[in-house]
Write a protein that binds this ligand. Structure first.
Ligand SMILES: [Zn+2]
Length: 114
């Protein structure tokens, strides 16, 4: 299966629709936890049993920020330092979204480790 219960299977970034797929072999194939493929309009997320819900959201939001960065020519990922800042921004945004129950409040109520 390329989906995970309660995690999104699509997103829209400035009018462009992306499929989100969860791929057990992504690390094996691409040596990354997530990747956004602009031409295929696909975001691939590494499906890993050791990931927490927060880990998944971090990766999803990380890739979405890449999409925003590209759409707005922010060039956040043009340097290693920029990529690190993008990653920290994604982690911070994920924390705020989760702690305010703006994403996946149902899973938080179920006591999922966050
Ligand atoms: Zn990145």
């Amino acid at each position: 299966m390329n989906t995970i219960e309660n995690l999104p299977t699509k997103t829209e970034i400035f009018g462009v629709s992306y499929s989100i797929i969860y791929d057990s072999d992504l690390w094996e194939k691409e040596k990354c936890w997530g990747v956004i493929e602009y031409k295929k309009q696909t975001i691939k997320i590494w499906r890993n049993e050791d990931f927490s819900l927060e880990d998944y959201w971090n990766i999803i939001i990380h890739e979405v920020i890449h999409g925003i960065s590209t759409a707005l020519d922010l060039e956040l990922e043009s340097t290693d330092e920029g990529e690190k800042r993008l990653n920290r921004l994604a982690q911070g945004l994920t924390k705020v979204l989760l702690s305010n129950n703006w994403i996946n409040p149902n899973l938080i109520e179920k006591g999922d480790k966050l």
